[in-house]
Design a protein around this ligand. Structure first.
Ligand code: ZN
Ligand code: ZN
Length: 320
């Protein structure tokens, strides 16, 4: 039995619960340190050591790692420390992707699919409109734009996207990066636990550098619409850029108030998802997140794969 409640619940002899906030299983799995599925309960988690440490910093509490002989963690290429989980139970291989990207991007390597009987896949960009351009092209465009723009203001999710954008900026410019507090905090955590360093200066004390175009701003997406920030953008003739797979449509640019959008994503684009499913070659696919029903329909129709969105039904391990 596989279903989506608080997290993904997989009853396979033992009860495995992945990416829940509160719900406890016999075994709890945490795929990565994004807050939308951060483990808040007491108890041990199966997770990568880096995910545990990032979560500890974000939640400001200690977490204990667990291991399980039937659960294998595989780098999922989403953010640093992120893992997919391969669960072997009753001779079946169940692969839970968590948030996933198969692309090598900036400093992170993409997920390498493994074979499984049952695939539980995220489907954030599960419609063809979100087929992303080649990664090299996206990153070259970003670098060229940063290089030629006098006062760039860059926005992305504070853990993951923001660090990759800073890394790309460092490839093409010596201008100092001026980071919003939320990004500074995540930079610090990542720098503590990896070999990466972003050399960013805090925004609060360095606004003047932005006003005269001497620095590059980097901040979380939600800050792009702040009034104070926008006054600064105006004063410095700044240009605002957003970085997201959602940028494949004009809506994202408009809603975010960006001048420029790059479809740099930490998730699989549509084509990437289809390719991943083919590589995993499962008997059954469960989709969740984003265009879940659409992606399941596509897999059934175009790929002849038994697929369904998790939210639609309680799905049984034995119903195929
Ligand atoms: Zn995530
Ligand atoms: Zn997520």
């Amino acid at each position: 039995m596989i279903r989506e409640r608080d997290g993904i619940h997989i009853d396979a002899g033992e009860k495995f619960v992945a990416d829940s906030r509160k719900a406890l299983g016999d075994v709890n799995i945490a795929s990565h340190a994004h807050m939308d599925h951060a483990f808040q309960a007491e108890g041990k988690i199966v997770a990568s050591d880096l995910t545990r440490r990032l979560l500890e910093s974000r939640l400001d509490r200690e977490l204990n790692l667990n291991e399980h002989p039937d659960v294998k963690l595989i780098d999922s290429g989403h953010i640093l420390g992120s893992t997919a989980a391969l669960i072997e139970s009753d001779g079946k291989r169940i692969l839970y992707t968590g948030d996933v990207s198969t692309r090598d991007r900036a400093y992170i390597e993409g997920f390498e699919p493994v074979n499984a009987d049952i695939l539980i896949s995220e489907s954030t960009y599960g419609i063809p409109a979100y087929s992303l351009p080649p990664q090299e092209q996206i990153e070259n465009n970003i670098k060229a734009w940063i290089e030629e723009t006098e006062a760039p203001f860059l926005f992305g999710y504070s853990l993951g996207k923001a660090q990759k954008i800073q890394w790309l900026a460092h490839q093409v410019t010596d201008k100092p990066l001026i980071a919003h507090g939320a990004v500074m905090k995540m930079n610090k955590v990542v720098e503590e636990h990896t070999d990466l360093s972003f050399d960013a200066l805090p925004y609060g004390e360095n606004k003047d550098m932005l006003e005269n175009g001497a620095g590059i701003f980097i901040g979380p997406t939600r800050f792009a619409k702040s009034d104070a920030l926008n006054e600064l953008v105006k004063a410095s003739n700044g240009v605002k850029a957003g970085f997201s797979g959602w940028g494949m449509t004009e809506k994202y640019k408009y809603r975010g108030g960006y001048d420029q959008v790059f479809p740099f994503s930490d998730h699989c684009g549509f084509d990437d998802l289809v390719e991943m499913v083919r590589a995993v070659n499962p008997e059954k696919v469960y989709t969740h997140h984003g265009f879940d029903s659409e992606f399941a329909s596509y897999l059934k129709r175009e790929e002849g794969i038994n697929a369904r969105a998790l939210k639609e039904n309680q799905a049984s391990l034995t119903d195929f």
